[in-house]
Design a protein around this ligand. Structure first.
Ligand SMILES: [Zn+2]
Length: 304
């Protein structure tokens, strides 16, 4: 081989390598340029609250434009409010979670109502029903009473409600039928219910939000659930600091077991693969859905 030819091949290989680095960078940048919405998480959780500013910056840098932060007890509502006052990407949600109904104060509901009056940008959540072993020892009739009050309130003030439901879909459906429909939307967060409940819940105004909680399920089962949901009702969330996805892209500094909003990218990749669509397409669809449900009157989010 002539010296010249050898040089040509070398130059070609180097340019090819440079080109492929640039194009994979471009792909990465392109995927980061997608707009995403973490429809449900808990940045006020004591395990990550001190890192919240950093985690919000990481999420925003990765294209996560909005983060719905859900309070779970009277004790953390002020943290959610402070975070929302400081960061325009944080959508505040206030609610009493079913696991914590027994610790409520006598004035919990009036405090909650006042919070919504003072914060027109807030949605309702996290509220719900739980008959799984995770809620062992929590009186179910107490859960029902607290849930109904908050769901009714969400309907009255025309805000969406983020709902946790484990092993209690018949009860959820009954209550939603009594109080509903819900033109402002109900989010079935970390949805893992059976495909059979989807049509009735959809009719009542529900959206279905998927998280890393879907990943331990058999792929076939997860696929059936995801495919049962109409495309215009799909949302993505992290439920961070819980539900760390199987292939997290981002790690919380100092604790690799915790999740963060930027990992909504991992949820996107998984759900897109189950739906057999591109992640760009699912990012577009789920972002549009989230903007639709969270752009109620008074919200921080302008309708696009
Ligand atoms: Zn949650």
């Amino acid at each position: 081989m002539s010296k010249m030819k050898e040089l040509d091949i070398k130059t070609f290989c180097i340019s090819l390598a440079v080109f492929s680095i640039i194009s994979s960078e471009t792909n990465y940048m392109k995927s980061m340029a997608m707009k995403l919405f973490d429809a449900h998480c808990h940045l006020q959780d004591q395990r990550i609250v001190d890192k919240a500013p950093q985690l919000i910056a990481t999420a925003n840098g990765a294209g996560v434009v909005y983060i719905a932060v859900n309070g779970i007890t009277e004790k953390d509502w002020h943290l959610v409010k402070e975070m929302s006052d400081e960061y325009c990407s944080v959508i505040p949600n206030f609610g009493l979670h079913p696991w914590f109904v027994e610790g409520k104060s006598p004035s919990w509901f009036s405090t909650l109502k006042e919070l919504f009056e003072a914060n027109p940008s807030a949605a309702v959540g996290e509220i719900g029903l739980d008959k799984s072993p995770l809620a062992k020892g929590v009186d179910f009739s107490d859960q029902v009473e607290v849930f109904k009050k908050q769901l009714q309130l969400a309907k009255e003030i025309k805000r969406p409600a983020s709902v946790h439901c484990l092993d209690a879909f018949p009860e959820l459906l009954r209550i939603m039928k009594d109080i509903g429909p819900f033109p402002s939307g109900v989010i079935l967060h970390s949805f893992q219910g059976s495909p059979e409940v989807v049509p009735e819940l959809t009719k009542l105004g529900s959206y279905f939000s998927f998280s890393g909680h879907l990943m331990p399920l058999e792929e076939d089962e997860a696929k059936k659930i995801v495919k049962a949901v109409p495309l215009d009702r799909i949302l993505l969330e992290t439920d961070s600091p819980d539900a760390l996805p199987k292939n997290p892209i981002f790690f919380v500094p100092g604790n690799a077991t915790l999740n963060q909003p930027a990992n909504v990218h991992s949820v996107l990749i998984y759900v897109a693969s189950l739906l057999e669509m591109s992640k760009e397409e699912l990012a577009h669809i789920s972002y549009k859905n989230a903007v639709r449900i969270f752009s109620f009157e008074g919200s921080k989010i302008p309708l696009e």
